[in-house]
Design a binder for this molecule. Structure first.
Ligand code: NDP
Length: 328
């Protein structure tokens, strides 16, 4: 029976285990009309939660984790995909309810795949991953609500993380004036090299604050939530826009309506998991042309399947900088 290497997460009688295994080809999910060879995957915050069993990300056991993958179609009965096509997969419950991409082989639905855009390698697409594609969705949300480089300063929270690092790089390449909020002030030179004009201590945003504060931000990309998001809203200038995509500090939102009803600010929610194919294709096409290849290389490092567990632990400890790419 042919096998392939992959990570398998199991839970039996509440006992969790995670290991690299030789997986049986016949055990691939029956749902799925495209079989693919995964060349690169990555570890996002959600993958770290799954790999460390920290939150109930996995809804079916056993599970192959990995919400992102890029590679080549091997077999297809989907009309849009044929053998040899290059693809990117992000989300859609893959790695949560459907076997994912931290494995050499996966069986996916053709409706979930996006063509790998010209100008981007499979490895680069995974250096970007869901984190970077979400950063692009946040940028598109700011633009949709009228924020431009001329509008003023853009705050990026969780700056040294995956979403934050790529948001800084993208925004600065487009000429925005970016202020990075981080808990790692020792990374200030890294954040400035990505394009941040200024770096602030996240402690200034992370505690309870007044409902309305001094107006500073024309736009915000927030991957942190909780008090940080509340304070970011309270500091957003009249008519400004806050794109909220994450919960690294917490899922709560201890805010008041004051910035909405007195300053007319907009809170734009950003979801990458179930985003439409049209939105995904636009985001990935833009990423292919707007990401700075040298900065992407500085943000990311390559690891093996066996090193994913240590990287997941670093994400959970909040010590991992930028992005990791997993070579299959
Ligand atoms: P990372 O772990 O790479 O980055 C998160 C960053 O948040 C850290 O590097 C750290 O940055 C900061 N941080 C960590 N803990 C805290 C804390 N307690 N208080 C304040 N800041 C903290 O994760 P990602 O960038 O991949 O994801 C960020 C968030 O976005 C996650 O919550 C994730 O679930 C969410 N997300 C949502 C998506 C969606 O579809 N809506 C898609 C992708 C991600 P620093 O040290 O610089 O402050």
């Amino acid at each position: 029976m042919p096998t392939f290497r992959g990570i398998l997460l199991t839970k039996t009688d509440e006992v969790f285990s995670a290991s690299v295994n030789a997986l049986d080809h016949a055990s691939l999910p029956v749902e799925g009309d495209v079989e693919v060879a995964i060349e690169y995957s990555t570890i996002n915050y959600k993958d770290a939660l799954a790999l460390t069993n920290t939150a109930p990300v996995v809804r079916r056991w056993p599970m192959v984790p990995g919400i992102d993958g890029a590679g080549t179609v091997v077999l297809s009965s989907h009309p849009a995909w044929k053998t040899g096509d290059r693809f990117i997969l992000n989300g859609f419950g893959v790695g949560e309810t459907h076997w994912g991409c931290l494995a050499e082989t996966a069986k996916l639905k053709g409706d979930w795949l996006v063509p790998l855009p010209a100008g981007l390698t499979a490895k680069q697409s995974m250096a970007i991953g869901t984190a970077g594609y979400t950063a692009m969705l946040c940028l598109m949300a700011l633009e949709k609500h009228g924020v431009s480089p001329a509008s003023g300063e853009i705050l990026v929270t969780g700056a040294s993380g995956g979403v934050g690092s790529i948001a800084i790089s993208l925004l600065s390449s487009l000429g925005f004036n970016v202020v990075a909020s981080t808990g790692k002030l020792s990374e200030a030179s890294y954040l400035k090299a990505l394009g941040a004009n200024d770096v602030i201590d996240r402690a200034t945003l992370g505690a309870p604050g007044k409902p309305l504060q001094k107006e500073r931000w024309a736009g915000v990309v927030d991957s942190v939530g909780s008090f940080t998001l509340a304070n970011a809203c309270a500091q957003t200038r009249y008519g400004g826009v806050v794109a909220a995509c994450g919960l690294a500090q917490g899922m709560d939102f201890p805010a008041s309506v004051a910035p909405f009803i007195l300053r007319g600010i907009t809170l734009a929610g950003v979801d990458s998991v179930m985003a439409t194919l049209a939105l995904r294709e636009t985001a990935w096409r833009r990423l292919a042309t707007e990401i700075d290849g040298a900065k992407l290389q500085a943000i990311s490092r390559e690891i093996s399947l066996d090193q994913t567990f240590a990287a997941a632990a670093e994400i959970m400890a909040g010590t991992l900088r930028g992005r990791v790419v997993v070579k299959l």
